[in-house]
Design a binder for this molecule. Sequence first.
Ligand code: MN
Length: 203
Amino acid sequence: MTKNYTLPKLPYDYKALEPFISETQLTLHHAKHHQGYVNGANAIFEKFDRTRKDKTDFDIKATYKELSFHIGGNMLHGLFWKNLAPAGKGGGGTPRGDLAAAIDEEFGNFDRFKKEFSAASSSVEGSGWGALSYCKETNRPLIVQIEKHNTNLYPGFPILMVLDVWEHAYYLDYRNDRGKFVDAFWNIVNWDEVGKRFTAVSK
Ligand code: MN
């Protein structure tokens, strides 16, 4: 039995990430923007069901492109909410355990990783995401710039951590200063969650 996407609940309340992400910013981002991707994907499923039943056509190229955009948006936001936590209550600090060791091995130390990830996120062209991924063939943690929600994603590479750098993620709090938002992000990273994702894919 098929079903539609639903907006996942946040694992904290809308005020919980202040002062790094304001209540208004987080509310709009989750309840309007993320909901928009859920609705967008579901509308395409409805189009599939309707046109296949009626044996009518739809614009294949445009629809599948739009579908990848909405599904990518829904999936990335779901990961993003979970890899954030309130500062001092699970958020911030540094990675631990196997993840910390893998970051040190690949980047030299955490500060170098942080510098590269911040620069990669700040410099994503247009709307997109900074992501930490992992290549199982080479055992390397890998920083990835994802444009929009669906361009530059590497097939089969699991995502360990994401940072949304669309303007809708920070404009109310930081205006056009994406770099300031990227700096604030480090105070609310849920390293337990990122570490769990790493352990799950690297064993
Ligand atoms: Mn977003």
